[in-house]
Ligand binder design. Sequence first.
Ligand SMILES: Cc1cc2nc3c(=O)[nH]c(=O)nc-3n(C[C@H](O)[C@H](O)[C@H](O)COP(=O)(O)O)c2cc1C
Length: 296
Amino acid sequence: MEDLIVTDIKADDLKVRLLGIAGSGRHGNTDLAVKLSLEAALKEPFVGETDFISLADLNLVPCKGCMKCWGWRAPAEDDEFKCYQSNDDSHMVIKKMKWADGIIMGTPLYNGSASSLLKIVMEKCHCFGHISYTSNAGKLMHKAIGAIVIGITDWSGHALVHTDIMMWGLQMGMWGARFGGTYYTDSRPHRGAMCTTVDAKNELDIDAILKESDKYIPPLHGSMNMRGVRNMGRATAITALRGKAALIQLAREDVKLPDLRPYKIYNIKPEPGSYLDELVKKGELELAPDARAPKL
Ligand SMILES: Cc1cc2nc3c(=O)[nH]c(=O)nc-3n(C[C@H](O)[C@H](O)[C@H](O)COP(=O)(O)O)c2cc1C
């Protein structure tokens, strides 16, 4: 174990940046919860900066599945994310995601699922996945991912949506901050951040997750919501810190991570000047004899 302990990293190197994304279509509980989690994280000495984005007022166009952001089409020199179908606000959101060391994604439950706004952002990140043959592959790797899920009722998909967000993070090569569904026991109200407004005076209110909104005294779910989201903020910050420390240590020791790409023979014919085309020219990738451009 001793070899794994990071020894010579200075505290100033290790200030982490956290981004909170609220996926509701309105400015309500999800905004509040994500902001509270960021506030709690910012109290930690190793959190340098936080930023918050609500998706409510953004223009987000769903992924159309063209796969052009993958490397067979994307220009080799293009280091920035580009959606080939729409110049929508996902470009701004993704820029911020690349800036952050840890991302907290909050969503209301919409019919037992994540909001479509949040799903659009997740889908647009396809080119960052570790098997995408692009210059963007792995650009979200080693960041932390935390999740906050809010519904009006108990057990209406919280854990599923939490898992969905974590699964997305895994595809990006991120570190999951925390999972826990024990929000209805009084012994462990601190785990997870799966909030319910079931005890609120009016469960549809835009601030129904707050303990001040509870109809019971002492407030039960409201207090648990508060503790859950604050702890999610801290947990994401700590996970981001661990990821950043590991990367700094690897760089200092000059340890190169293995190539992300799983295959050396590819069956998609790249466009001239694309990232894949360059790899073929450099001899890093071979095209299968029957390689052809996809039917779109
Ligand atoms: C389209 C839609 C579907 C919803 N489906 C669910 C659901 O399946 N389960 C649930 O507990 N709440 C559901 N809700 C309620 C919201 O999750 C809840 O009001 C949440 O607090 C809203 O968060 P916000 O204030 O950030 O918008 C739904 C709300 C909408 C608008």
